[in-house]
Design a protein around this ligand. Sequence first.
Ligand code: CP
Ligand code: NVA
Length: 311
Amino acid sequence: MQHLLTLFELEPHDLVRILDTSLSLKNRLQVGDRPPILERRVLALLFQKPSLRTRVSFETGMAQLGGSSLFLGEEVGWGKRESTSDFTQVLGQFVDAVVCRAKRHEHVEALAKFNAMPIINGLTDLCHPCQAMADVLTMKEAFGETKGRHLVFVGDGNNVAQSLALISAMLEMRFTLACPEGYEMDSDWLGQVAKRYPNAQIETVNDPNKAVADADAIYTDVWTSMGQEAEMAARREAFAPYQVNKSLMADAPSHTRVLHCLPAVRGEEITNDVIDSEQSVVINQAGNRMHAQKGLLVWLLNREWIDLNVG
Ligand code: CP
Ligand code: NVA
């Protein structure tokens, strides 16, 4: 059974096909065409953490494709009322796929283990694959071709950074993380990326100003992710020199685009004058969550449609 837990489940050509499908559906939506490709299919959203973009983009995307979705919060008692085995296999009797946002990556892996239905990772502490797909779709729209582009992530080597490093390797982009010492990406994760993509161009540096000198895209995310609130004060201090502000932007080429997965803490990792500037694509990027995920859902649940309509 096909799951999407990390993006390692996909070959680069699968990813390209999903993105082509996403763009084709986005173009069709812009002229009012909402083909019912997943008519009567049902997607469950099983979430252990808050969400605006991931939840709403999956729910609206599914509705536009002719299917429906149901949101499962704390009250279903995942991990509390019954065994994961019973929980997952019973859910598989009802729904066609599950999007899961979990506190720990192992929780999502535990769901996928039963192969009761495709499981899509809607964010874990390890990675955020759906976010990365929307991000490269946004870069594709901004630059036409993503191959050879330089994506510079300024901030924490977190779940979002880790997915971006992997997707950059898949699409032959350069990826640089500029972070303070102690906040690098997980070395096991980077080892897996290097093993699968030996030509990957991934670098970790400490100087954000040097890193952005030839950036095509500058990306940032919160300094304190969900679940790390106890470390907030220490993180504020460590990341202070890593703010994406006018002074950092002055060291980057004028064509550089600014991305942020949102939600942002304006005034911390990014200033208002940058996130609201002409160079910022964050709103289109957030909108692309839905388009990218529609491509993914069709690829998971009705690949025949892609064969016939996208090629
Ligand atoms: N970027 C993102 O995943 O946003 P939400 O937490 O609102 O879903
Ligand atoms: N790194 C952030 C991303 C939120 C979309 C977090 O995990 O909270």
